[in-house]
Design a protein around this ligand. Structure first.
Ligand SMILES: C[S@@+](CC[C@H](N)C(=O)[O-])C[C@H]1O[C@@H](n2cnc3c(N)ncnc32)[C@H](O)[C@@H]1O
Ligand code: SF4
Length: 465
């Protein structure tokens, strides 16, 4: 994907206020961290099928590992993650013991250790584990997985709760990337989302991470938050850039109170409209590109010498449940409540309900609740959507052939593609489809043209911009 020149971003300003963009910006589309998306998962995939997939996973191919820690010390009102506030240390320790048993199940089912190319601790806030629980978790991980010297170990951290002890303990185990939830520095916005957090706190955590030689630091920023303005975004980006993170993710607030009841604490009349969201995202992108960051896919930014930036230039970018990644592993082993595993055959998700997860593991069963088996058609559409989400052009005929699908396999996409071409979202040359600058911003909407399961507005997703 070529770098976005500042002029390209500035040219996009002309889009604001155009009625067609308004329609799309306010429209709803999945984030396509997988295809089919989790909305298509059902009970047809249970622990038996999950076990078969684990058994047949090749022993010599490296896998990725995701460990979900569903605990936080505070509840942010905007939060869309699977987490809850827990203060009892025993509750967290018991959960870590369940992950240890789940790791043992994975090891035994596979008949030996997997090689792991990357391990990602997500949440919630993995820093809610005590340093002792962290030691315990790493000991079990190192039993079930062979971790090569260059394994990438990443953790999502809440800067207001992570301690220096935690960082040093994780660094001793090889933590190589930390992702800090920064979101916004604007105090009225922080108050409206129940997330007070000072610049000094973030700066201190960054300094500790660097002192502990955690090599890569990512910041999560957000736009579209209640009371947030473009001026707030300018100020937040300026302060964030001053701390020189290697990467930034800029997420649009997904307001889904029908799924996350605590979001009802946010007054909907305080939320920016579609055009304001667009302007805020564009402001952040413009300033980050001006500060020397390369724009990657939908919502990531990285310094030019960062591995993610290099992968995006060289067409080696991938997309998974954590967003954009350089990780090429075909298999992802998800551990913990709500974690999703990916195999060449399909996706399997653990129970999101922690009690059901703990119960299944205590009985010595995989905690699979749902998932989806992939058809050849799903794989074809999944690759098209992944490439588009990574900002690349796709040759539909070549990919259809590669996946052994009939030449008319994508006929249903013709009409929406024609409409999107007319609206300036894509360009077509022969059987190739490429995003325009305008389309790149609305890439989720473009991807719906290939999504056989997309039911438009009848299924509720968050706003597409
Ligand atoms: C697991 S949290 C990061 C670590 C830590 N819990 C924290 O908040 O600092 C993952 C990230 O998801 C993003 N996020 C959470 N809820 C969201 C929502 N409703 N819409 C968009 N992004 C959201 C935030 O940027 C957050 O930093
Ligand atoms: S945003 Fe992070 S700290 Fe806040 S509730 Fe969600 S997971 Fe926890």
């Amino acid at each position: 994907m070529p770098a976005v020149a500042l002029s390209d971003l500035e040219a996009m300003q002309g889009l604001v206020g155009q009625p067609q963009l308004g329609v799309y910006a306010a429209s709803r589309a999945p984030r396509y961290t997988s295809y089919p998306t989790a909305a298509q998962f059902d009970g047809a995939v249970g622990s038996d099928l999950h076990r078969t997939w684990l058994e047949s996973a090749p022993a010599d191919e490296a896998v990725s590992v995701y460990v979900h820690i569903p605990f936080c010390r505070r509840l942010c009102w905007y939060c869309g993650c699977n987490t809850r506030v827990v203060s009892r240390a025993e509750t967290i320790s018991d959960y870590v013991r369940k992950i240890e048993r789940e790791l043992e199940l994975v090891y035994r089912t596979h008949g030996g250790p997997f090689i792991a190319s990357s391990v990602h601790f997500g949440g919630g806030s993995p820093d809610s584990l005590s340093p002792e629980d962290l030691d315990w978790l790493f000991a079990s991980l190192k039993h079930a997985f062979l971790l090569p010297k260059d394994v990438e170990i990443a953790a999502e951290l809440d800067p207001s709760s992570v301690t220096s002890d935690w960082i040093h303990a994780a660094a001793r185990h090889g933590l190589s990337r930390a992702s800090l939830g920064v979101q916004t520095f604007a105090q009225p916005v922080q108050a409206a989302i129940n997330r007070p957090q000072s610049f000094e706190t973030i700066a201190q955590v960054v300094a500790t991470l660097r002192q502990a030689r955690v090599g890569s630091i990512n910041f999560d920023l957000m736009y579209g938050l209640p009371l947030q303005t473009c001026g707030d975004i300018e100020d937040t980006v300026e302060k964030a850039v001053g701390l020189k993170p290697d990467r930034l993710s800029v997420f649009g607030y997904a307001h889904v109170p029908w799924m996350k009841a605590h979001q009802k604490l946010i007054d909907p009349s305080d939320l920016p409209g579609a055009s304001e969201r667009f302007e805020q995202a564009e402001t952040a992108a413009t300033l980050l590109v001006r500060a020397g960051y390369r724009r990657i896919g939908l919502d990531h930014f990285a310094l030019p010498d960062d591995a993610l930036a290099k992968a995006s230039i060289e067409g080696r970018l991938h997309r998974n449940f954590q967003g954009y990644t350089t990780d090429r592993a075909q298999t992802l082993i998800g551990l913990g409540a709500s974690a999703i595993s990916r195999f060449p055959e399909g996706y399997a998700q653990n129970h999101s309900d922690e009690v059901a997860y703990r119960g299944a593991i205590a009985e010595g069963r995989l905690a699979t609740a749902r998932g989806v088996s992939l058809s050849g058609d799903d794989r074809l559409r999944g690759e098209i959507i992944e490439r588009l989400m990574c900002g690349e052009s796709v040759d539909l005929a070549a990919l259809t052939q590669k996946h052994g699908q009939p030449p008319n396999a994508l006929d249903d996409a013709r009409a929406p593609l024609q409409r999107m071409e007319g609206e300036g979202l894509i360009e077509r040359r022969g059987s190739s489809v490429a995003l325009t600058e305008r389309g790149r911003f609305l890439v989720r909407t473009v991807c719906t043209a290939f999504d056989r399961y997309f039911l438009g507005e009848t299924v509720r997703h968050a706003a597409a911009v």
